[in-house]
Design a protein. Structure first.
Length: 365
């Protein structure tokens, strides 16, 4: 019984991310988030006319794959994929062009804040007009606000007509975080309360149809990035599990010789291949361009299946490692925590089920 991780998103970005992850794994200190700008990953999805690399999602996938090989946490998903993708989907204005150019040149670092879940509208901050400006109320939850972060980008709702809008703020304009905590996969995040924060009109980056396009792009790219991270993590977890079963001995023989464990590993391999093929099929929706209802439904289906499989996959790997599967020192255990954390990030199985039900009912009318 043998298995080596396959390459899912090949390229130079994969090699660089893998080297970085290996070096970090050998060093107890976590990587600073500023390494993202140092590596130039922030400009990957930004078009060349704005000074970016002009890459595709496969390039982002390569970075995620490299970091997943050692369960390394960096806010690549938000800063390199979702935020640039949302900006690229907006109606092009001078403010949008300036923001993209400054991200590409490394002058600013923009982190995503707040929910993207279309069915978590109650958690979206509210924007109200007041005397030539705006008043913002609400909460920004689970924000990876690091020392190098200069701006936060998030969705909000206009209280006058309930239309969507997208806000960008300098971190110096925000109050101090009310809470800081560590997620199950050890991401360091913060919660920011917004008690009647006064803003001028320049803080509203987009509204109406442009904001709706940004929100839809962010949702689809978030599901694609989460699924890619899950598949890449499964890939490495499977290899780690087989390696452990071959090395660990009981009753004078490797655990890999026990038939019941071999059956469990075979099932993990089938689950991994199924998830990988569904991911690759779903990514064609991104290649087609646009984020219409059909595209969002494809990613809701991907999100629903992947989130359910990820939790079961993680539990099986922990069980196959026995007591070692419960320790943070075991790489497979850290990967299992990563999978479980991803399964509840930017939506959950219920949100995807509801979206698919509404899409199906709408298509039948």
């Amino acid at each position: 019984m043998g298995f080596e991780p396959i390459t899912i998103f090949p390229g130079e970005l994969l090699e660089g991310a893998e080297r970085l992850a290996r070096d970090t794994s050998a060093n107890s200190a976590p990587l600073p988030a500023s390494i993202i700008r140092d590596m130039g990953w922030s400009s990957t999805l930004i078009a060349e006319k704005h000074g970016g690399y002009g890459g595709s999602f496969n390039d982002i996938g390569a970075v995620l794959e490299g970091l997943a090989s050692r369960a390394t946490n960096l806010p690549v998903m938000t800063r390199c994929c979702i935020v640039p993708g949302m900006l690229m989907a907006a109606t092009e204005t001078e403010a949008i062009r300036t923001c993209l150019s400054r991200i590409a040149e490394g002058a600013i670092c923009v982190e995503l804040a707040g929910p993207l879940n279309r069915y978590d509208d109650a958690a979206v901050p509210r924007l109200s007009p007041t005397g030539g400006g705006w008043r913002l109320t609400g909460t920004l939850d689970a924000v990876e606000w690091t020392a190098d972060c200069t701006h936060l980008l998030f969705c909000a709702r206009n209280t006058v007509d309930n239309t969507p809008c997208v806000i960008i703020l300098e971190t110096t304009q925000l109050p101090e975080p009310s809470t800081a905590f560590s997620t199950v996969e050890r991401r360091q995040v913060k919660q920011i309360d917004l008690p009647d924060l006064k803003l001028d009109s320049s803080a509203v980056l987009a509204d109406g149809d442009s904001a709706q396009a940004m929100s839809r792009a962010g949702w689809a790219l978030a599901q694609a990035a989460i699924a890619a991270d899950m598949v890449c993590t499964m890939n490495n977890m499977l290899a780690e599990t087989i390696r452990y079963l071959q090395d660990r001995k009981q009753f004078g023989q490797p655990l890999a010789q026990f038939q019941v464990l071999r059956h469990d590993v075979a099932r993990l391999y089938v689950d991994f291949e199924t998830c990988k093929n569904l991911l690759m099929s779903s990514l064609r929706s991104l290649d087609a361009g646009g984020f219409d209802d059909q595209c969002l439904a494809a990613f809701d289906l991907l999100g629903l299946y992947m989130r359910e499989q990820a939790v079961e996959f993680a539990q099986s790997v922990i069980q196959l490692h026995g007591g070692m599967g419960m320790t943070r020192e075991t790489l497979a255990a850290r990967m299992a925590s990563r999978l479980i954390g991803l399964a509840f990030r930017y939506g959950d199985a219920y949100a995807h089920t509801r979206a698919l039900s509404e899409f199906q009912n709408g298509s039948q009318q």
